[in-house]
Ligand binder design. Structure first.
Ligand SMILES: [Mg+2]
Length: 383
């Protein structure tokens, strides 16, 4: 068995997926969803590998003209620096930070250890990125006395395996678990039990609503809605009138309704690379060398992760920030740069390339573990 089960614990049958904790038998959890998110991951790995950086403002990213901050240590965040901020802005806010270029190979290596730890708590994990994942622990959680103990055990296991801290949220839904993991970051643990979710969400900003970007937040503010409680109390028809179908989605989230399942990685995962160019480029000939370099990088990362890609995607962003992408499914999964590049070049031919471009990206999707190919025959969605 891949996850800790209590001796003598009977296998749960499919009809009763509810979790009842040994220490709190009166409270049934409809599901036990964990969201685990590493704290300032890239920066934390750099500090781990070079302890002289501890306690200092560390920025991970490139310093070129259009470089952005990939991750800022918590010391750097005190200066108002956050990820995705242009490096030039960050340098104005914090005059003397330590800047390190990203070492993706090293982060991927640590990520594999972390995901392995998560998998030891549940076979159903869904990585959202290199450093965060959902775990559906409904069937495995009651190996622990209660939800706090489950969360603490995950945190302790990650720390023991990597020396790094992770923030954990435990709730009945993915949305609430995700908000909970962020609630006491860094090194946080927040449990939101049955019946507590709406009160937990109520005072939080509408920007916490999953999928609410800056424009949505603006619209919600324009409707006079500042907190999630405001959205919960709003008329769903009015929300839909202003935000379309997303309005109903946000209304449901505000009521802590989110029945989306945790979907295991091989169905969802993608791996991609993209680069904002130092100068805009025009035309296919100028794009090709970037495709080549990125196909090689993606292939290398696939091999490092012992993964094969079933599809390839090319993404371009114009100087006016218009993003277009095209994708195709490969005849056979691969980790070979030449195959990825050939597919990327076919896709490139389908773009209109009249405008100057500021970003080129090559991505892969439908990833599978090498030696696990039979799994590709599974249906793409959970039944
Ligand atoms: Mg993180």
């Amino acid at each position: 068995m891949r996850y800790p089960a209590r001796p003598g614990q009977a296998p749960r049958d499919g009809a009763d997926k509810q979790a009842r904790w040994p220490d709190n038998p009166g409270v049934d959890w409809s599901r036990v969803i964990v969201h685990a998110d590493m704290d300032a991951f890239y920066a934390a790995v750099e500090v781990l590998d070079d302890p002289s950086l501890r306690g200092k403002p560390v920025l991970i990213g490139h310093t070129g003209g259009r470089g952005v901050v990939a991750t800022a240590s918590y010391e750097a965040r005190r200066y108002g620096i956050h990820s995705a901020m242009p490096m030039a802005t960050a340098l104005r806010r914090c005059p003397d930070p330590i800047i390190r270029p990203p070492r993706m190979a090293r982060y991927s290596e640590v990520s594999r250890v972390i995901m392995g730890v998560f998998r030891s708590f549940s076979p159903t994990i869904q990585p959202l990125s290199i450093d965060e994942a959902f775990l559906d622990c409904t069937e495995t959680a009651t190996a622990h006395p209660g939800p706090h103990e489950l969360g603490a055990a995950i945190k302790a296991a990650v720390r023991a395996a990597t020396g790094l801290t992770v923030s954990v949220g435990v709730a009945e839904t993915r949305f609430v678990a995700k908000v909970a993991s962020d609630f006491r970051k860094p090194d946080g643990l927040t449990v939101v039990g049955p019946g507590e979710a709406r009160a937990f969400l109520a005072p939080q900003s509408v920007s916490r609503l999953w999928g609410a970007g800056p424009r949505t937040v603006e619209r919600l503010h324009a409707l006079g809605l500042k907190t999630i409680a405001d959205v919960a109390a709003a008329d769903p028809t009015a929300l839909a009138a202003s935000l379309g179908s997303a309005g109903r989605h946000f209304h449901r989230l505000a009521h802590a309704q989110d029945d989306r399942p945790v979907v295991t990685e091989r169905r969802m995962r993608s791996l991609s690379t993209e680069r904002t160019l130092a100068e805009d480029i025009v035309g296919a000939e100028a794009v090709r060398p970037h495709l080549e370099r990125q196909a090689e990088e993606v292939a290398r990362r696939l091999r490092q992760g012992e993964l094969l890609a079933g599809g390839v995607r090319v993404k371009l962003k114009t100087h006016r920030f218009q993003v277009t992408s095209r994708q195709l499914v490969l005849d056979a999964p691969t980790d070979e740069a030449a195959v990825l590049l050939a597919a990327a070049e076919r896709l490139l031919a389908a773009f209109e390339l009249g405008e100057p471009l500021r970003l080129v990206g090559v991505g892969t999707f439908q990833l599978s573990r090498r030696g696990d190919q039979a799994q590709l025959l599974l249906p793409l969605e959970d039944p």
